[in-house]
Ligand binder design. Structure first.
Ligand code: PAF
Length: 281
């Protein structure tokens, strides 16, 4: 595995794959890697096959954080991350600095203007513009044939699909299923910041989503499903529900009917830790 620390070195390292028929599969991350990322990398290896190339990036992207304390408290575990990448058969890991990634007077951002209106886009202004901008830059640098994103950030996945479609990136986007602890809590880099008590309470999020799916199948109304879910989560000792919504999972808009492909998505604070999760209904 080769560790590549700058844009120039990355261009040099990957130049031999340009114009070749080699499959190059890309997994962008912000580090603090866990089982969820392992799954993304394993999926990347599967798509690439034995002869293909897997490239991962580890870059805590400052411009997608709407809150400076969230950026400074974001876990950084580079050595452990590199060991995980090596274990998962990654060929190149790109670890640029923020100065290298962003020119001083950068003045172009990529802003998605429809799917980002609700959910995380509403509660974290500017977040998805930061994500789209960095992912577009990484796509230009790596020039992969394929890229893998997790379904835990379902809205992000939908927005990246839209960006690739609307800006004609010649890249296939793959979604990977959410990976959970045995008690149902979705793996997240933020879980390590939960107090013992909140860590014990947080699996209620997945239980609630499963019950909502069941209630949906039984024909309960969307409003009723949301109300039941909100009470269950607040009763578990959650500090605050940031959002809990049922949306069309392709457009991320409020559904007009129950026949549309639906997603229930939530963001909940336990203490100052914000957890997200979702389920396809
Ligand atoms: O999902 C993430 O970790 C980040 O949003 C991404 C896609 C690596 C962009 O910084």
């Amino acid at each position: 595995m080769q560790i590549v620390t700058s844009k120039d070195l990355l261009r040099g390292a990957l130049s031999k794959y340009r114009g070749s028929h080699q499959t190059v599969v890309f997994v962008p991350t912000m580090g603090a890697l866990h089982e969820g990322h392992r799954t993304l990398m394993a999926k990347a290896r599967q798509i690439a096959g034995e002869d293909g190339v897997v490239v991962a990036s580890i870059f805590v992207n400052p411009i997608q954080f709407d809150n400076p304390s969230d950026l400074s408290s974001y876990p950084r575990t580079m050595e452990q991350d590199l060991a995980i990448c090596a274990n998962e058969g990654v060929n190149y890991v790109f670890t640029p600095s923020a100065q290298d990634m962003y020119a001083d007077q950068r003045s172009i951002i990529i802003d998605e203007t429809s799917l980002s209106g609700k959910l995380c886009g509403a509660s974290r202004p500017g977040h998805f513009a930061g994500v789209c901008t960095v992912v577009a830059k990484l796509f230009n640098l790596v020039q992969p044939t394929d890229a893998v994103f997790g379904k835990k950030d379902y809205q992000q996945l939908a927005i990246i699909r839209r960006m690739v479609r609307d800006l004609d990136f010649p890249i296939r986007i793959h979604g990977a299923e959410i990976v959970r602890h045995e008690d149902g809590l979705a793996y997240s880099s933020r879980n390590v910041r939960l107090s013992e008590e909140n860590r014990a309470a947080a699996p209620v999020l997945y239980q609630t989503l499963l019950e909502a799916k069941q209630q949906f199948a039984e024909g309960k109304s969307l409003d009723e499903i949301k109300q039941i879910a909100e009470s269950k989560i607040m009763d578990s000792g959650a500090t605050k529900i940031d959002y809990l919504e049922i949306v069309n999972r392709e457009t991320m808009q409020e559904p007009q009917s129950k026949e549309e492909p639906l997603l229930m998505a939530l963001a909940v604070f336990y203490g100052d830790v914000r957890l997200i999760d979702n389920i396809e209904l």
